[in-house]
Structure formats: C-alpha cells, structure tokens
Design a binder for this molecule. Structure first.
Ligand code: ZN
Ligand code: ZN
Length: 362
C-alpha cells in the first residue's frame, strides 16, 4: 500500500509524491494516519528557504492522527495510558532520545538528536519528520500522547507545537497571578499564549497589525489589544505603559517571528522585566539592539525553542480543562487538502489566513 507525502522541491515549490507504507514497524513505534496538520509560522520560515538545512524534502510538524499500526511491544502512550489501533494521538515533533548528554541533564528540548528525522523523507519509512502527508511514523524515540475524548481534531491539531511551546515557556518563566504580559504577535503562538497566561491569572496585552487576529486574541483572554499600525516605538511604549500603571509590563513575549520585534520588546517592559523570546528562528537575520536598555533596565532575556516532551501531556490536559472556555476550534481558519499545500502556504505568508489547516483522512 502507498501513502502520499508533500515534497518541497525548492523553496515555495511543492508536489505530492507516493511512497510505500511500512509493512512492518519497529517494536516500540507507531504508525498513524494523519487527520489534520497545520501551517505554523516555522513552516513558513522553512517554505521560504530560511532554514538552510531544510530547503527541500517533507514539511509540516503540527499534527493529530489516528493509530493504524503498532509495534509489538507498544501498549501505552508516554503517560502510561493504554493505546490501541483507532485511538487518536499527538506526537512531539522533536526527538528526545533520553540518552545523549543533554537529555541526561534533563535538557530534553536540546537533545542532540532533536531533528533526527527532519529532511529524511527519501529514506524508509519515508513518512517521518514531516506531517503534510497521509501517514506519519512515530519512532521509538519520539513521545506521543492520547488525545482526551471531547477534544476535536481541529482543537488537538495545534497542541504539539503552538500550545505546548507557549505553555512550557510561560510555565518556565513563572508568570504568576497579577503579572502583566505583553505579547508581540497574534499568530498561533500568541493567541494560545493569551489563554495560557490568562489561566495563570496574568493581565494580557497583545500587539499585532491585523485587527481580525487581535479580535480572536480577545476571545482567547487578551485584556487589551494594540494595533501597532502607524505607531512608532515611542507611541507603542506609551500605550503599553498606560496599560501597566505607567511602569511597563512584567513580562514580554516575542512570538512575532519578526527581527524588529526583538529590538522593540525590552522598551515595553518595566525595570527588571523578563523577556521571553521564541519567534525568531531563522538564523542570519540581523537587527539593531540598544544594549544599554537591557543593562540599565536589568532586562532578563529568556529564550525558548522546543519543549520537554512531558509538556505536551500537560498541554493536552490544559486543552481538556479549557476547551469550552476559549474557541480553540477557531484557531485554524482555512482548510486545505494535501494537493493545496502551496495555496495554504501562500495565503499564510500573505497573512490572508491566521492559521491554515490541512485536512487529510477525515
Ligand atoms: Zn537526547
Ligand atoms: Zn510550529
């Protein structure tokens, strides 16, 4: 039997290729059929060719799927919950091998093998390290968790990236009740971050240039939204101070993926503020920074990439608790097929859609 996989032949050029599905799988591995997979900001960086080591091959990493085959030793997910063929699961898209020098220190998100299967779609079992496909092979060194009942595919589809990344960053930065958080960027990460921070009791301010994204952010718990179109840094800083008793925010969070956001962020914080930075993952992009601002304001920079795998389990529990409180089912706002991946990416780059989703075996 064959499955289909979207192949990027060069930046922004895609074709659907067919490969044999694995007949036998490793004892601890699992094969899922993809139900839904999203277009995330980092996929756009990859699609544009901004990540030099991933300029061709498979693409995609946010996914929810249904188990179609299990290795002979596999009986549970990584939380010990029994799993069977037919169950819906979400995998971590990065590998945490448990054996390398970083994993042994508990730094699972820095695992030396984290991107082991990315760009390897020409090597059997083909359906790994990329989710814009009919199937996805979860290797023994990837974690996966069962999707709680009552959560739709659409709601679960952002869990393994956007939601878990911001959940782990906000948890590790220790945002507490009463803290103020200013979020730069109302894309998938920023909107999920509104709900996570709100549930921790924080006051949430979010900045973007697109009103529809800011409207959605409000429904995800943002207390204040700022459309920065036409505002210079001085105007933006003034607006944030007005909303934070003249002080500036306790926490900042850069999830815009725009280098300029990094140079603006520290200005929006109070002295001693903490600045969570996550959005700029394309190496080589430069921006001017005023180092004196960081020193004189004693700003702490907290960079986060990836997450420890157990945070995906916590994020799914968060989703289960809050799925009726926030409109997670509206986080993806345009559906495409595998054959339409080029259009999904194009509309996402032009910001005509907030988060495109690719619906596969449904
Ligand atoms: Zn490792
Ligand atoms: Zn992502």
């Amino acid at each position: 039997m064959k499955g289909k996989l979207v192949w990027m032949t060069e930046p922004l050029k895609f074709e659907v290729r067919e490969y044999d599905l694995p007949e036998t799988i490793e004892p601890d591995a699992v094969l899922i059929e993809v139900l839904q997979t999203n277009v995330c900001g980092s996929d756009l960086h990859i699609a544009k060719g901004n990540l030099p080591h991933l300029r061709c091959g498979g693409i995609g990493h946010e996914v929810v799927g249904r188990i179609v085959k299990m290795g002979e030793r596999r009986t549970t997910d990584n939380a010990g919950q029994p799993v069977n063929v037919g169950d819906r699961v979400v995998p971590t898209y990065i590998v945490s091998c448990n054996n390398c020098s970083y994993c042994l220190q508990g730094l699972y998100s820095s695992c030396l093998h984290s991107n082991k299967y990315m760009g390897k779609q020409n090597i059997a079992p083909y359906f790994h390290g990329a989710t814009y496909a009919t199937h996805y092979y979860i290797h023994h060194d990837q974690y996966f968790y069962k999707v709680p009942e009552g959560i739709t595919n659409q709601e679960a589809s952002s869990a393994n990236c956007a939601l878990t990344q911001v959940y782990s960053a906000i948890d590790k930065a220790n945002v507490k009740p009463g803290d103020s958080l200013v979020i730069q960027g109302a894309g998938g990460l920023g909107i999920n971050a509104c709900a996570v921070a709100k549930e921790r009791g924080a006051k949430v301010i979010i900045i973007d240039t697109v009103d529809s994204r800011l409207e959605l952010a409000k429904r995800f718990g943002a207390d204040h939204v700022i459309n920065m179109e036409g505002l210079d840094l001085r105007g933006l800083t003034k607006r944030v101070r007005e909303l934070t008793n003249g002080m500036g925010a306790d926490f900042g969070m850069e999830v815009a993926g725009v280098p300029a956001a990094f140079s603006q962020g520290p200005h929006l914080l109070r002295n001693g503020g903490k600045y969570i930075v996550m959005g700029n993952i394309s190496i080589g992009q430069k921006v001017e920074v005023d180092p004196a601002i960081l020193i004189l304001k004693a700003i702490k920079i907290l960079p986060f990439a990836g997450y420890e795998p157990m945070y995906l389990y916590k994020a799914l529990q968060f989703l289960e608790r809050n799925v009726n409180k926030y409109p997670f089912n509206e986080l993806t706002d345009a559906a495409f097929t595998l054959e339409e991946v080029a259009a999904a990416i194009d509309k996402s780059i032009k910001r005509e859609v907030t988060r495109a989703t690719i619906v596969v075996n449904q």
